[in-house]
Each structure stands twice: as C-alpha cells, then as structure tokens.
Design a protein around this ligand. Structure first.
Ligand SMILES: C[S@@+](CC[C@H](N)C(=O)[O-])C[C@H]1O[C@@H](n2cnc3c(N)ncnc32)[C@H](O)[C@@H]1O
Length: 409
C-alpha cells in the first residue's frame, strides 16, 4: 500500500487508494478508485456526524447506541461516528468487497477506534439480518450510503432497526427519483412519476414514501427528522417506531397520490382546481419533510460542538433554510415561480415580491433549499396564482382581471 494517500476529514485521518489514476481533469473520479472515496461527500458525512449527535441527544441519551453501516468502503463514515459523536457504543461496518474491508480495517486501527468499530466482510442485507436477528444485537441506527439506490437494502435495514431507532439513507439515483426514468421508478420504488419542475421534491417524497411503506410491512412507522437535496443526491434521516397502529396511521395520513396540475405548473395532493388532464404521481410521502425540534437541535449543535468541520458554513446555511421551510412542508409542494409564470404566460415574479404579496394577504411563506426561485407557502394554489398575476399587471401598470375568476373558484 506504498502509494496510498491519507486525507483528513473531520477528526479522522483516512487512508485511501492512490488517487493519481482516478483524476479526470482536476476532479477525483471516486468510482475509478479500487475502493470508493468521494471528497464531495464530505459535506454529507459532516452533516451525518452532527445529525447522529442530535438524534442521540434527543432520542437515545442514556444508552450506548449500536450503529450498522453496511456499505462502508474505506470506513471513513464509521470511523468518524466513533471519533466525533458522543454516546456511540458500537459500530459494525461492512462491505462486500475484500479490498474495501482491508482499507476500512486499516482506518479503524490507524484512528485508534478498534474498541468501537468492528469491520466485517458481508453482503449488506445479510449483515443487517445477521446482526439484528441471529446475533440479537439491538441495532438503533442504520446508515445506508450505496452506489445509486438504497432500495435493495431497505427491507433489511427496516427489519433491523429497533424502537425509536434512526434510518439514515443516501440515494444518488436522482434520474430515477426525479422522474426521468419512469419504468425504473416503478420497478425500484413502486411509484408512477414523471419529471416535473418540482422534481427535487418529488425525489424526497418518493424516497420517504418508499421507506415508509417498507417500514409498514414490519409493523413500524417512520417520521422524517431531516431530508434534503444536495449536489447529486438526496439524504433522509428518519425516526423509526415500532407499532402496527402507528404504521396504519402513518399510511392513512402520510402516503398519498398527488395530481400534476400541468396547466398551472404545480402538483397538488388535494386535486387540481381546474378541470384538466392531471396525471397521478405516487404514492408519495405527503407529510412533513422533517422535524422542527430536530433541525433546531442541529442548528444549535453545529456551532457549539462542530465548528471544526470543513463544511460548517454550508451546514448552518442549509439548516437555517430547512428550519424555515419545514413548517410549511406538510401536504404541500413548494411553488416554482418560473413554472407558475410559464403556465400563466406571465413574467416570472420575484420570489421575494411574491412572498411579500402573500404575506400582505395573511399567508406565511419561506424560501426552499430545493430551488433559488422557489418558495413554500401555506397559501393555496389559487391564491398564489392570483398574487402572481396581480404582481404581473402591477408591473405592467394595468390591473387585469383576477385569475381567481379565470380559475372559477
Ligand atoms: C458509495 S460506496 C460507500 C461510501 C461510504 N459509505 C462513504 O461514506 O465513503 C458503496 C460501497 O458499497 C459496497 N457494496 C456494494 N454492494 C454491496 C453489498 N451488496 N453488500 C455490501 N457492500 C456492498 C461497495 O463495495 C462500496 O464500497
């Protein structure tokens, strides 16, 4: 391993394979490395460290927590959990690739966390079933960070996680989750979707909805603590609770079909306001995209304990937007101003102008991390359309007929 490189990430120093043969232009191409390591995902791992600490503080403060990371590659994530999060009892890091297992074991030793992290060569699902079912280890946290889709591992993860446990999932198959590969979406996530302007929110609601339905098969319910889109992936942290009744309630309240109201450029869970051909999308997660207390905890922890993280500024700015948009995410999609304007054949209103107009009418609104031009609001679609049309006419100096009349509502 003479030509290996060492990278510093968080409190860890991590051995990775010689990167010289895996550089395209000035970028490291992680998939070309014999063992996967993606520096772009440092943000994902930094935020994972803070999120795991927030979860332990809020939901598992008095027990040593067992974590399984069954797709570990170099082991960087597991090593960092052991080094940087208080309350971690045991981490089981697995990979099917013997070379990955070698690197992970070496990283565990070189970072001095052998007492906490155990590395095993195993298939991810087999490892999760074995640890939780055969060995009877009470697993509280599972972190799935695969190439592409986590769907093949979801059943084993949700079978393994105990009461009030945490499922953390990354999905990089955005072309599928965002509706560009419709047949794959049906095959992998059992949803019928198409690509719409709010594709990033569709991706989050497909992933959460799929995880929820798999959880229900195990008489478990789940609730998103944090879910976001970034770079080339979506990531979700979900609290898992045991109970058939809770699972029934979750399916009843939080899994729904949406209608793509094409002529208004917006999807709605409650059906479209105009009579139009509106394809169904789903089933999707229809409830909140996260938990305010959890996000508030993250917002406090990040500067207090994790000021040393390379991506601390990005974490703070993401969490502060999430804190604003979370309360407006239940049962509603964000409004994409350019899509609304294109469908109404008007100029795109400024996000801020539209927010102010809605606020003057008594509705709340917030930005969304999903789109710089997008906004969330508790205002119904007809009100947002009316506000956008009013702003347009105002800018052109003439007040046209209210679009509310045109929508006949
Ligand atoms: C994207 S990498 C993991 C990256 C890592 N979690 C990190 O934060 O750097 C995915 C890993 O999953 C492993 N893998 C793929 N299929 C697997 C399976 N069925 N069981 C176990 N490991 C698998 C691959 O060998 C690869 O190392």
């Amino acid at each position: 391993m003479a030509a290996d490189a060492v990278v510093a990430e968080g409190r860890a120093l991590v051995w990775i394979p010689d990167p010289t043969g895996a550089v395209a232009g000035r970028r490291l191409e992680p998939a070309w490395l014999p063992v996967f390591y993606n520096p772009v995902m440092e943000f994902n791992r930094d935020l994972s460290v803070v999120a795991l600490q927030a979860y332990i503080d809020l939901y598992a403060p008095h027990k040593p927590v067992t974590i399984v990371e069954p797709l570990t590659a170099t082991g960087v994530r597991s090593v960092r959990y052991a080094l940087e999060v208080e309350g971690v009892g045991r981490v089981i890091a697995g990979d099917i690739d013997p070379e990955a297992v070698e690197y992970a074991a070496r990283n565990v030793r070189s970072n001095g966390v052998e007492d906490v992290v155990e590395v095993r060569r195993a298939d991810a699902s087999a490892l999760l079933y074995r640890v939780s079912r055969e060995e009877g280890e009470p697993v509280l946290v599972v972190d799935l960070d695969p190439f592409g889709s986590p769907a093949p591992f979801m059943d084993a993860a949700l079978a393994a996680i105990g009461h009030r446990g945490l499922l953390a999932v990354t999905a990089t198959d955005l072309a599928v989750l965002e509706g560009s590969k419709r047949r794959v979406a049906l095959r992998r996530y059992h949803v019928r979707i198409e690509r719409i302007p709010q594709a990033r929110e569709i991706a989050l609601r497909v992933l959460l909805g799929y995880a929820a339905r798999v959880a229900a098969a195990h008489d478990k319910a789940l609730r998103p603590l944090l879910a976001y889109w970034a770079d080339h992936y979506v990531r979700a942290y979900m609290l898992v609770e045991r109970g058939a009744r809770a699972a029934d309630r979750m399916l009843e309240e939080c899994i729904a079909m949406a209608r793509w109201c094409r002529d208004l450029g917006h999807p709605l869970f409650e059906g479209c306001p105009t009579p139009t051909r509106a394809p169904e999308l789903g089933p999707l997660w229809a409830c909140d995209l996260g938990d305010e207390d959890f996000a508030a905890r993250l917002a406090r922890l990040a500067p207090e304990r994790y000021g040393y993280l390379a991506s601390i500024a990005r974490i703070k700015s993401l969490v502060s937007v999430l804190l604003e948009e979370l309360p407006l995410s239940r049962g509603r999609f964000y409004y994409e101003t350019w899509a609304l304007a294109a469908s109404l054949k008007i100029d795109t209103p400024s996000r801020r102008g539209l927010a102010e107009e809605l606020e003057s009418r008594g509705w709340r609104s917030s930005p969304t991390h999903l789109s710089p031009a997008g906004l969330r609001s508790d205002a119904p679609l007809v009100e947002v359309v009316d506000a956008a049309v009013k702003l347009y006419h105002h800018r052109r100096g003439a007040r046209g007929p209210s679009s509310r009349a045109r929508l006949e509502v």
